[in-house]
Design a protein around this ligand. Sequence first.
Ligand code: ASP
Length: 497
Amino acid sequence: MANKGKFANLNLYLILLAIVAGFILGHYYPRTALKFGFLGDIFLNALFMMVVPLVVASMVTGIAKLGHLRKLGSLGGRTITYYMITTGISVIIGIILVNIVQPGTGVPRAQDYHPQTAYTIKARPLAGGSVLALTGDNKFNATDYTSRFRIHLLDQEIKGIIDPSGYTTAKEVTVSVWLDSKGKNVEPDTIGAGVEIKLKEKKFSFLDVIVGLVPKNLFKAMANNNILPLIVFSLIFGGILTTLGPRGKTVIELFEGLNEAFLKFIRLLMYIAPLGILGLVAARLGKAELASAGGFATEVARMSKYFITVIIGLTIHAFLILIPAVYFVARRNMWRYLSNISPALLTAFSTASSSATLPMTIECVEEKNKISNRTAGFVLPLGATINMDGTALYEAVAAIFIAQVYGIPLDFSAQVIIFLTATLAAIGAAGIPEAGLVTMVIVLNAVGLPTEGIAMILAIDWFLDRCRTTVNVLGDSVGAAIIDKWEERGASASNNN
Ligand code: ASP
């Protein structure tokens, strides 16, 4: 036991060291840092490999331990209550902060509409695609745009898909294909005037999310790491097993054995975590350093007020709401709880994905903090996909920041709409890197803000994504402790009756 504890401490220090080393390497030797990326890929693959088996095994065993299906109602109710309260608080913190700090006031807006600007288009016979060069407009900066953007030739009504891997200078954009209004490939005239850059609109509908809860093909859902349909399946499957008598019991025992084996696998994975994390951090920072002329620090400085607002909001939510709740609501030693989940938090920071971190979260919460599998097996997988306090806070701050930059006033009712849609957008975001950036379109559309505004926050988003993912995973882990306590109390109250 003592040895186990020593290993856990050593491992934690190694992970911290790996993050620091990753930053140093990425900053000073970005090209070398990129070469370390394969270590991160191996680690990330191994984590993702475990997500599906672990979600199914841990949910089936967790549900089987509930004993009676009626208890699922109370566990589910408590879980949703916890998610709603904490996510709501985090959005309110974000809205208050962004209104006080006003990070967007005075920031020049991205220039994306240029009806007069002349352009020329040259084919790239060897590399494929073409290069659009602007002549005239000085405010345009093509390096701000990624493949999420489309360049519209206003005079020809043709759209081009921006290819950021081609060379992009401030006045030139590489375009992989040109499409007409019907989506057919076309060759545009090589000279003209008038361009606009727009974010690709991604349709998002909650009805689709609800229909998607029931998988048409279970294995396809598994292959796509699509967790919500798996949760639905595992819930029903686990519930059914409890009604089958001795036969069901045999199958449940099989899943219990599998669950233990998977957790052991995660423990082995902890050994390579420092190396994997070094690779992930070094390669990502290296990429950011190479992407922008002044390096990542210059990008952060350019956006410093916005950056600091998001970070302060996340810190307040983590240290004044979530962590104290471990002590005041779950009645546990909050620092020990935090230290036990820190490998999961650092993995969240390194991967920017709640789903990829899920195996680590389950290991830290169940094995180290001794939260029952019956609660953790339900709360953690569900939380990894729908409970995202950090993302919700960030969505609200980013949307109001964009409004401030564009000088669009938001009255109280608009802020209420932002509160509601930021919460929904966080629920709808998948637990993968930069998912929040995509669902932010919901928030912006709801209050009529320009989606192009997202271009301004792109360059530093990969870093903020890591910070918000860490808070997302913290929210899930704290939730497991609190809901476990509520469940315990509920059980002793019903025993007393
Ligand atoms: N990357 C975040 C997560 O996995 C989601 C997001 O905010 O983009 O939790």
